[in-house]
Each structure stands twice: as structure tokens, then as C-alpha cells.
Ligand binder design. Structure first.
Ligand code: SF4
Ligand code: SF4
Length: 303
């Protein structure tokens, strides 16, 4: 029995995109990167934070009435939040009748996470699936990741970690023996491009992948193909060439950029970036896949 706690912002059952088979994906909070195309900006901050959803607001005024920072108003004007003064106290969430206000993230023990994922054991066994730790960036909470993975080992559940690779190398290597699969994101090889679009250098990410490949033989590389970032020949060539030199890579997934999630920044009181409307065409994705195959990476998937 372990009472080690982590900050979890979602547990998604029946996922078929986070590794083989049917999976339960546990999303942990906190990420050191700030990719502008992120689908889950509510996962980036390490803390528990308020999110509002205007689509389900019925303008009852409950949230406005309890917030210690609001003046009383005669008429509710909708689920506006005074983000500048919000202390994330959660009072307004308690009174909202529709789920228009929620707190993103909650502290869960390893045992609580295990109780949730074990409900799906039958699906895992039938489909070859298991549990995937994702985020945010799960390695922001390395001790909790080790705790969950160790508990999964005891239960003989298959495990995967979906990581951006930006973490302490010792932490990454310490979880390697406990995980059956790594889903490892690569965004750009050009250091300046990477820094500009994700907020951090790629040096640590690339070094960590090389080190991981020396001790783990089941790594799937995931490359989001993003307009203006890595959808041109020189970047794709550099990514494919690098991936072909790393040990342990069993598969490459090329993920087509899309705009989903672009509205989410506003819900947590943050400003999102302007996003291009154009998405990579099927031809661009297929020729990128061919490029990776031409470097000897035989299992390349486009989604
Ligand atoms: S969470 Fe923020 S908006 Fe909600 S009641 Fe507390 S201070 Fe006000
Ligand atoms: S409490 Fe919920 S439903 Fe009522 S005004 Fe606030 S967000 Fe809307």
C-alpha cells in the first residue's frame, strides 16, 4: 500500500492512441515545454488550477456571488473570471451547478490511480493494452511515476510512458526498467527552431533519447508535423537521420497537426498563440513517412 501522491488532471479510459491495444491513460500535471500547438494547455502548470467552460454556463451568478474578489452584481453576465486576482481557492467550483467551473488537477495516491486503472484489466488482457502515463510531462513527477509503474509491475499490467524527454537523465533511466514502452516526442532538430516554438533547447531531449536507447529496446518516436516548424525538407531530413541512428527505436508515428485545443487557453485565463489554419496535407504526411522509411526506419505510421 502506497500513499505517495501525484497531481493528476485526467484518467482517460478506452484510449487506442497511446500505445498498443486498449489503454487507460493517466494524465499528470506539469510540463517544462510551452509548445504553442499543445492540445492540453491546462496540463502545463504544475499546480491545480481553475478552468471555466462558458458553453455550459446558465448564468446563475453562483460563482460571482462566492468569489472573494468580486463585487456583488445585479445581474450575472456569464462565467467571467477575475484571473488577475484569482487565488485558485475553488469556492466557485463548489457552487457551480453545471460543471461550468472545474479545478484542473487533483492529488491522487498511487493506490487511487491503481484502483481506477484496474477496472479495465479485462480490456487490457483482451487487447494487449495497458496503462500509459502521459501529461503534461509525466517525468515532472518522477517519484510518483516510479510508484505507479512499480505498482503496475506487481499487478502484471503493461505500461507505457509518453514523454517529451525534457527531464533529468537519471530520472528517465530510473523508470526505464519499469516501463514496457516509451512514446518519445521529437519536435525539431534545429536548436533555435526548437527553442522558439517550445520554449526550451532540444539538447537535453536528444541526449536523453540516445541514453534511453542504450538501455531500452521498445521506443516509439512521435513527431507532430507542424506547419512552419518541421514540415519542410531540411527539418524532416534531420529528424529522420537522427532517429535512424538511435538504438531502441521500434516505430515512428507522424502526427498531423490540427487546431483542436486552440480554445483551451482562454478557459484557464491564458493567452494562446495565433495558430495556422492550414494543416499538413495527406501528400506532405506520406512523403514525410517515405523519408523516414528511406533512412531504414521500417515501421512508420501516419495519423
Ligand atoms: S477559484 Fe478564483 S474565481 Fe473561483 S472563487 Fe476562488 S478566487 Fe474566485
Ligand atoms: S456558477 Fe456555473 S453556471 Fe452559474 S454563472 Fe458561474 S459558471 Fe455559470
Amino acid at each position: 500500500m502506497t500513499r505517495l501522491q501525484g497531481n493528476v488532471f485526467n484518467i482517460q479510459r478506452y484510449s487506442v492512441k497511446d500505445g498498443p491495444g486498449i489503454r487507460t491513460t493517466v494524465f499528470l500535471k506539469g510540463c517544462p515545454l510551452r509548445c504553442w500547438w499543445c492540445h492540453n494547455p491546462e496540463s502545463q502548470s504544475k499546480g491545480i488550477e481553475l478552468a471555466i467552460n462558458p458553453a455550459v454556463c446558465v448564468e446563475c451568478g453562483g460563482c460571482w456571488g462566492v468569489c472573494p474578489h468580486n463585487e456583488p452584481v445585479a445581474e450575472c453576465t456569464g462565467p467571467l473570471a477575475d484571473w488577475a486576482h484569482c487565488t485558485q481557492c475553488g469556492e466557485c467550483v463548489e457552487v457551480c451547478p453545471t460543471g461550468g467551473r472545474t479545478m484542473m488537477g487533483s492529488l491522487m495516491t498511487v493506490d487511487e490511480v491503481m484502483a481506477a486503472v484496474l477496472k479495465d484489466r479485462l480490456f487490457f488482457e483482451d487487447s494487449g493494452g495497458g496503462i500509459t502515463l502521459s501529461g503534461g510531462e509525466p517525468m515532472v513527477q518522477p517519484e510518483f511515476v516510479r510508484g505507479v509503474l512499480a505498482a503496475c509491475r506487481q499487478q502484471e499490467l503493461r505500461t507505457a510512458i509518453d514523454t517529451c524527454g525534457y527531464c533529468q537523465q537519471d530520472d528517465l533511466l530510473s523508470v526505464a526498467p519499469l516501463a514496457d514502452l516509451f512514446l518519445y516526442d521529437l519536435k525539431a532538430m534545429d536548436e533555435q527552431t526548437h527553442r522558439e516554438h517550445t520554449g526550451v533547447s532540444n539538447t537535453r531531449i536528444l541526449d536523453n533519447l540516445v541514453a534511453l536507447g542504450k538501455v531500452h529496446s521498445n521506443i516509439w518516436i512521435r513527431v507532430p508535423i507542424v506547419p512552419g516548424v518541421n514540415d519542410h525538407a531540411s527539418e524532416l531530413e534531420a529528424l529522420a537521420r537522427f532517429a535512424s541512428t538511435v538504438d531502441g527505436i521500434r516505430r515512428v508515428d507522424l502526427l498531423t497537426y490540427h487546431q483542436l485545443g486552440s480554445h483551451k487557453h482562454e478557459r484557464i485565463g491564458k493567452q494562446g498563440s495565433e495558430r495556422p489554419e492550414a494543416v499538413p496535407t495527406a501528400e506532405v504526411m506520406q512523403s514525410a513517412a517515405e523519408l523516414f522509411r528511406s533512412h531504414g526506419l521500417t515501421e512508420v505510421h501516419v495519423s
